[in-house]
Design a protein around this ligand. Structure first.
Ligand SMILES: C=C(O[C@@H]1C=C(C(=O)O)C=C[C@H]1O)C(=O)O
Length: 384
């Protein structure tokens, strides 16, 4: 094949890709039209039956064109998720008009290339408006900026599939005067990053934030004679590695590239599926439509009786409310006292949920609602 034939084929591929983009944009616009029907008729945004029928039909048609089921399913799951999350974000925007600003000042941990910055980009990509990024040095700086009105939103990592709950953030939420207004899950692909020419055997020091150190503990144990230096964010770890010889940092390939570092080892996390869930906080709570999947997070201190936690949890069961997370944390200054963080699949605008929260008072000393927000974890429908 000649260079000219290759160029001609690539031109054709470029044209097809552009056509695909035009069609994807058109599909998204039409799905916004469907939203109007759902608003007027008070229907849930997600229609799983329709999604399943659509996927099955596409898989059948795709097969007749020589495309396999796995490929079609993967492509269309991404398209459907985008369609549903965009409709939900638009609906939320119409319900909370005072949050619709031209610019959102967003505080997150670290700077260029931090995982929090990637989560920030993902969350705000579905929300119109310009994002002004405010990289911070600590989680406390983030909540302080939101409390003082220096930032409109803060992004905080709350849990990870490899290292579990991020206790520092749970403890901060006990007292921070902020509300949870959203969540975003982002896959975290840890790589070992170093200056060009450095190989794994040359590395004597690894820089990272404590979370990546915890999430890659198995890989780190396999290295002999390597020291670890904790940094306050992934971006500062990458900067440090960019300035030192015989050293490396743990971060995303993308972040490493932005500082001229190369990937010398990838897939470092203990779990192959390494995802972090971030919460988005703001000063004021949001109103969430009952037409979309919603989460409510709360902190409660139960009474000091035998079985009081069990009694409190029974309230959720009796009201058919699904609990997706329960976490206990000590109360600073009160040894052996605990508070419980609870995530519910619930909307506080629902009378049944209000009834449950009222009943909860009987079994608790305090209950504080941390926020009610759009749940972004959509469970994909599975065609057979
Ligand atoms: C667009 C719609 O809303 C959602 C998105 C769908 C899509 O993008 O095809 C299908 C079903 C719904 O979950 C719809 O109901 O048709």
């Amino acid at each position: 094949m000649t260079q000219d034939t290759l160029d001609a084929l690539r031109t054709e591929i470029n044209e097809i890709d552009s056509e695909l983009l035009v069609l994807l944009a058109k599909r998204r616009r039409i799905s916004h039209g469907v939203l109007e029907y759902k608003i007027n008729n008070n229907k849930p945004i997600r229609d799983e039956e329709r999604e399943l029928a659509l996927l099955e039909k596409l898989i059948r048609y795709g097969k007749s064109l020589g495309l396999d089921q796995f490929y079609i399913n993967n492509v269309f799951q991404v398209i459907l998720e985008d369609s549903v999350l965009n409709q939900q974000a638009l609906l939320q925007k119409s319900l909370n008009p005072d949050t619709v600003n031209d610019t959102h000042r967003v505080a997150y941990l670290g700077g260029q290339g931090s995982y929090s910055q990637l989560a920030c980009h993902k969350y705000f990509s579905r929300r119109p408006g310009k994002v002004v990024e405010m990289g911070c040095q600590s989680f406390e700086d983030i909540t302080n900026s939101v409390e003082k009105g220096k930032a409109d939103f803060g992004i905080l990592p709350i849990e990870n599939t490899s290292s579990g709950s991020i206790n520092e953030v749970f403890d901060l939420m006990q007292h921070a005067q902020v509300s949870i207004v959203g969540e975003v899950t982002h896959s975290v692909e840890h790589c070992l990053l170093a200056k060009s020419g450095i190989e794994l055997k040359d590395v004597k020091k690894i820089y990272a934030h404590p979370q990546p150190f915890a999430q890659c503990s198995r890989f780190l144990q396999s290295l002999a004679d390597v020291t670890h230096e904790t940094c306050d964010s992934t971006s500062s770890a990458i900067k440090a590695a960019a300035e030192c010889d015989q050293s490396a940092a743990i971060g995303s390939a993308q972040a490493g590239r932005s500082q001229g570092l190369e990937v010398i080892k990838s897939e470092l996390a203990n779990q192959a599926e390494n995802h972090s869930r971030f919460i988005v906080v703001a000063r004021k709570p949001l109103q969430v439509s009952t037409q979309i999947p919603t989460k409510t997070s709360l902190i409660m201190a139960t009474k000091q009786h035998v079985g009081s936690l069990a009694d409190a949890l029974m309230v959720f069961k009796e009201n058919s409310i699904n609990m997706t997370k329960l976490e206990s944390r000590p109360v600073p200054g009160n040894p052996w006292e605990e508070v419980f963080y609870v995530d519910l699949q619930a909307n506080i605008a629902d009378p049944q949920v209000q009834k449950a929260l009222e009943a909860l008072k009987e079994h608790t000393q305090t209950v504080r609602i941390l926020g009610c927000y759009q749940s972004e974890s959509l469970k994909a429908v599975e065609p057979i």
